[in-house]
Design a protein around this ligand. Structure first.
Ligand code: GDP
Length: 531
């Protein structure tokens, strides 16, 4: 029992969130490098170029050189077991990214020093905030010119509404920083000039900021500027408060360059100390303590047809409590069946291996005979509880889809049903008449492409897809009659979700306000009721 607790306390499961191009792939690779999981950095990077090596199961990834779905990378560092949930770093990100955050205990928010807080940083941060998980900030690309660190702190506060506490501070002149100052230890760490483009661990020297040797090395003006900044931070900045960090209300901030490895090790070490170990999760039976002896987990992602030759389907589960052992039998709450977990897979730097045991915080992939759905609970036989429903993320883009060939109706419905179960898209139908078509809603337009591609390749159905001009959906609650006789909705579209709840599509927030003012008896919800 105690042993289980110790094992859990050493686990760190997190996701890196960022706008595309901020350097997430590079940072992930460098964390693996420092973790000793890869010898020469470059292997994760090459994912983008030679993607087919690991994921030729999905042509679309090859064609566009992007990662459509996310996986997990695991390594050990300093006694910690690190699980990095890899989220797709593409412009058109999808619900998959959001769901991955459900499996994380904390997030690292990567910011490009020159660009500051960008659009997708905001969206992803928002999801983390809703979950209340701690967010750590890594300001990247410090080897280049960028915004002033004070300016970035202010931007984070203004745009994201969270205060930042710099754990370290860049030393030197913008565009050519030479090291970082560790505020807690009052130490300077200077990095060697990187000659090998960060392919190996970067040597550094550490010392006290008041050490004359450092002063001399830094030069009078750099040293003076650093001392001034430190004083300003100590006087005007927030105090470090771990409770605020844990509650997601203060973000510890780090500076570095993933490319040159500058600041990567200090970040990793400090982050691992501060980031939370797996905590209790809420279920229908109250909180489930990770150290409870009874195994439990939930499905946060389903990836089908990873290997076209086998047509397999993998369900990724996040372990929440107890110990997992290969071959164990668990209870699948949603189907009411007992399932033997025979061939669990784990991932180390892109390679799949069969694993024998796993603990809370770990992610494993299970072969899915087609019974799992996103958010499903697995628990010890006899326990019978379910974790909280997964949130439904408000779709922002909509399309009407039907099979090109009406003879393919059966396969179309089968494909749509399975892909909905996987959470690839959200499906609705038009309420007034039984239409052949479905209305689908997505968060990112890439999901449309994936749907089109997969229906064709996996179910042999070509789609007719008409994009709709709506961009907001509202679930309607209130008096059934009031909903039926709603006024001023000509510009919108009434649909029903898969649970037959009424939903109104409109073109923008302004239209929602306009309609809601004219229908006081109806409530407009951004997400489905009771989800
Ligand atoms: P992702 O889209 O967030 O995964 O970003 P990548 O890791 O692919 O990086 C995007 C681009 O930024 C690539 O050309 C990287 O080489 C570059 N990059 C990443 N980190 C740094 C850094 O610390 N400094 C500089 N100058 N470039 C970087």
């Amino acid at each position: 029992m105690e042993e289980l607790e110790l094992t859990i306390n050493k686990r760190r499961t997190f996701a890196i969130i960022s706008h595309p191009d901020a350097g997430k792939t590079t940072l992930t690779e460098k964390l693996l490098l420092y973790g000793g999981a890869i010898r020469l950095a470059g292997s994760v990077k090459s994912r983008k170029a030679a993607k087919h090596a690991v994921s030729d199961w999905m042509e679309i990834e090859k064609q566009r050189g992007i990662s459509v779905t996310s996986s997990v990378l695991q390594f050990d560092y300093d006694g910690y077991r690190v699980n990095i949930l890899d989220t797709p770093g593409h412009q058109d990100f999808s619900e998959d990214t959001y769901r991955t955050l459900m499996a994380a205990d904390s997030a690292v928010m990567l910011i490009d020093v020159a660009k500051g807080v960008e659009d997708q940083t905001k969206k992803l941060f928002h999801v983390c905030r809703q979950r209340g998980i701690p967010v750590f900030t890594f300001v990247n690309k410090l080897d280049r010119y960028g915004k002033n660190p004070f300016e970035l702190m202010e931007e984070i506060e203004q745009v994201l509404g969270i205060r930042a506490y710099p754990m370290n501070w860049p030393v030197g002149i913008d565009g050519s920083y030479v090291g970082v100052y560790n505020r807690q230890q009052a130490q300077v760490e200077l990095f060697a000039k990187d000659g090998a483009h960060g392919q190996s661990v970067l040597p550094s020297t550490m010392g006290s900021v008041s050490d004359p040797a450092f002063r001399e090395l830094l030069g009078e003006s750099v040293h003076a500027a650093l001392c001034e900044d430190i004083e300003l931070l100590d006087m005007a900045g927030d105090a470090f408060d771990y409770d605020l960090v844990a509650a997601g209300e203060l973000t510890p901030m780090f500076f570095g360059s993933a490319m040159t490895n500058f600041g990567v090790r200090p970040f990793l070490e400090e982050f691992l100390k501060l980031a939370p170990a797996p905590v209790a999760r809420i279920s229908s039976e109250g909180e489930i303590n990770p150290a409870s002896e009874e195994f439990s987990a939930f499905v946060f992602k389903i990836q089908a047809n990873m290997n076209p030759a086998h047509r397999d389907r993998l369900a990724f589960i996040r372990i929440c409590s107890g110990k997992f052992t290969r071959g164990m039998s668990v209870y699948h709450a949603q189907s009411g069946k007992a399932i033997k977990l025979a061939q669990p897979q784990q991932f180390l730097a892109q390679e799949r291996t069969i694993i024998d045991e796993a603990y809370p915080g770990d992610i494993i992939g299970l072969f899915d005979p087609g019974i799992f759905g996103i958010g499903d609970t697995l628990c010890q036989e006899g326990a019978k509880f379910t974790f909280q429903d997964f949130p439904v993320f408000p779709p922002e883009q909509f399309a009407k889809v039907q099979p090109k060939d009406t003879m393919k109706r059966k396969q179309f419905v089968k494909g749509m049903t399975q892909l909905t179960q996987e959470g690839a898209v959200q499906v609705f139908r038009q309420s007034e008449f039984a239409s052949e078509a479905f209305i689908i809603g997505v968060v990112g337009s890439l999901q449309f492409e994936v749907l089109e591609y997969r229906l064709k390749n996996e179910y042999g159905v070509e789609l007719l897809m008409d994009r709709l001009s709506f961009s907001v959906a509202r679930w309607l609650t209130g008096d059934e009659q009031a909903i039926k006789s709603m006024k001023s909705i000509d510009s919108g579209m009434m649909i029903r979700d898969i649970k037959d709840r009424p939903v109104l599509l409109l073109s923008n927030e302004w239209a929602i306000r306009w309609v809601s003012e004219r229908n006081p008896g109806v409530e407009f919800l951004e997400i489905p009721p009771n989800s």
